[in-house]
Design a protein around this ligand. Structure first.
Ligand SMILES: [Zn+2]
Length: 474
């Protein structure tokens, strides 16, 4: 049989099949796109889950750069590191947008009770003690309200000790409940004439590494030195005072505030293929406190958002919208990076369709909270559908905690938290124990899997999520 007679019908069949397929996919383009995108999000999720490079990024940042408090030499090196990293993973429009930041330095820090040393650290922004330190009797207060009830005479010339334990919780809610004594304790104590304020560290766990963190002063009240005792040392102080009233605490802090310095928000993008003007912002903060290596806070967040960018670039995946990765300056002691970003991009904020920030360590994502326009939750739930397989609850409407997103939220930009399990986060938070050892690489892969799938779907979506209603923007 001549070969042509056999092959001709087969060619015709192939042509006919191709024609039918073209007609089908053309007629169902919308369906095809949705289906393809879901597959991409699922594929990205599963790739990340079986081993992302997020841990490599945080290992690099924590090892090569280390601590990077705003204005420090480490902060400058972190900006260079981030620019180089974004270029290495082939993001577009990589730049460092300059930010003026506060510059505070920790110096000597010592505390003794009756000659016995206590583990203590200055709160960020604290003034120094006079040379040689201060020594005074200690008055215990369990809260700001409890201090209010004590007569000024009982406080004047003394050191106030705020002993307010933080409760461990999966959502980290114990932190918000306890942190007021760190933020405002020095003001409250000074108003009553105290010479210094010390707190039980705002944290969990039994380690002897004290937890630092920012404080506020009020220009109308004397600025007094303020420090945090390690949790076991705070417990010891409480017991010692109960056993021997009138014990004197000696405190010496050598910290100082220098003139403002220059840092930067480091930004890179994956430009959208259809709506490059529409922005899905994916953020983390580049700065850290000075005591640890800045691995958990927020090296983990930095690593995850960079890994999302790297995974998409490696596969040549370009979503409809632009994904803008922002590593914010000075989240820890000023939020100047977030404010500078909102000011520099004020005219563009209407085009920000969604903002996310990763800043709760490396624990697995277990829930998703959002603040968005009315009736946007169903659309956000659809976008988050691939996350259900990671054990993550559906999106619900609730305030978010990523502080760098506050200026965007105030402008009405919809914001989302991929809420991480914070059960162990506050054991090392703002301490010298914030090192790589506190990160489980497999948990970080889960966070990366959730983030890359969610962000891909959000950037691929045609839904705009509206604006946060005015009364919900705080
Ligand atoms: Zn943080």
């Amino acid at each position: 049989v001549p070969a042509a007679l056999v092959t001709l019908p087969r060619v015709l069949r192939l042509v006919a099949t191709a024609f039918v397929l073209l007609a089908l996919t053309g007629g169902c383009r919308r369906h095809r796109v949705v289906h393809a995108n879901r597959s991409i999000a699922v594929e990205l999720r599963d790739r990340a889950l079986t081993g992302s490079k997020a841990f490599e990024h945080v290992r690099d940042l924590a090892t090569v750069v280390g601590p990077r408090l705003a204005g420090s030499e480490g902060d400058r090196r972190a900006v260079d590191w981030a620019v180089a990293k974004m270029r290495a993973i082939d993001l577009a429009a990589v730049r460092a947008e300059s930010v003026t930041v506060p510059h505070w330095e920790r110096g000597v820090e010592r505390a003794t009770l009756d000659g016995r040393p206590l583990a203590i650290t200055a709160l960020g922004g604290s003034v120094a003690t006079p040379p040689g330190g201060v020594e005074a009797e200690v008055v215990v207060a369990e809260s700001l309200e409890a201090l209010d009830a004590v007569p000024d005479d009982a406080i004047r010339g003394r050191i106030v000790f705020f002993d307010k334990p933080m409760v461990r919780a999966v959502d980290g809610s114990g932190y918000e409940a306890a942190v007021d004594v760190r933020a405002r304790g020095a003001i409250a104590a000074a108003r009553k004439g105290a010479v210094a304020s010390v707190i039980r560290s705002i944290g969990t766990g039994g380690g002897r590494a004290p937890h630092t963190g920012g404080l506020r002063y009020d220009d109308a009240v004397p600025k007094i030195p303020a420090a945090a005792l390690a949790i076991p040392d705070a417990a010891f102080l409480r017991e010692a005072l109960a056993a021997t009233p009138g014990l004197r605490l000696r405190l010496e802090l050598g910290c100082r505030t220098l003139p403002d310095a220059t840092s930067a928000n480091v930004i890179g993008e994956i430009r959208g293929r259809a709506r490059p003007d529409e922005i899905v912002l994916l953020g983390a903060h580049l700065d850290s406190w000075d005591l640890g290596r800045g691995a958990v806070d927020d090296g983990a967040g930095v690593a995850v958002v960079l890994e999302v960018g790297r995974m998409l670039r490696e596969r040549g995946l370009t979503p409809r919208r632009t994904i803008r990765i922002v590593l914010f300056a000075n989240e820890e002691n000023g939020l100047r990076g977030a404010r500078a970003y909102a000011a520099a991009h004020a005219r563009e904020l209407d085009a920000h369709v969604l903002g996310l920030e990763l800043d709760l360590g490396s624990g697995p994502v277990h829930a998703i909270h959002a603040l968005a326009g009315p009736d946007s939750i169903p659309a956000l739930r659809a976008i988050a559908a691939p996350l259900a397989a990671l054990g993550i609850a559906p999106v619900d409407e609730r305030p978010i905690h990523g502080a760098d997103l506050w200026p965007l939220r105030a402008a009405g930009v919809p914001v989302v938290d991929l809420d991480q399990d914070a059960t162990r986060y506050f054991d090392v938070h703002l301490t010298a124990d914030d090192t790589l050892a506190a990160i489980d690489p497999r948990e970080l892969d889960q966070v990366t899997a959730a983030t890359v799938a969610f962000v891909w779907n959000a950037a691929e979506s045609r839904v705009t999520f509206g604006r946060i209603p005015a009364d919900a923007r705080r």
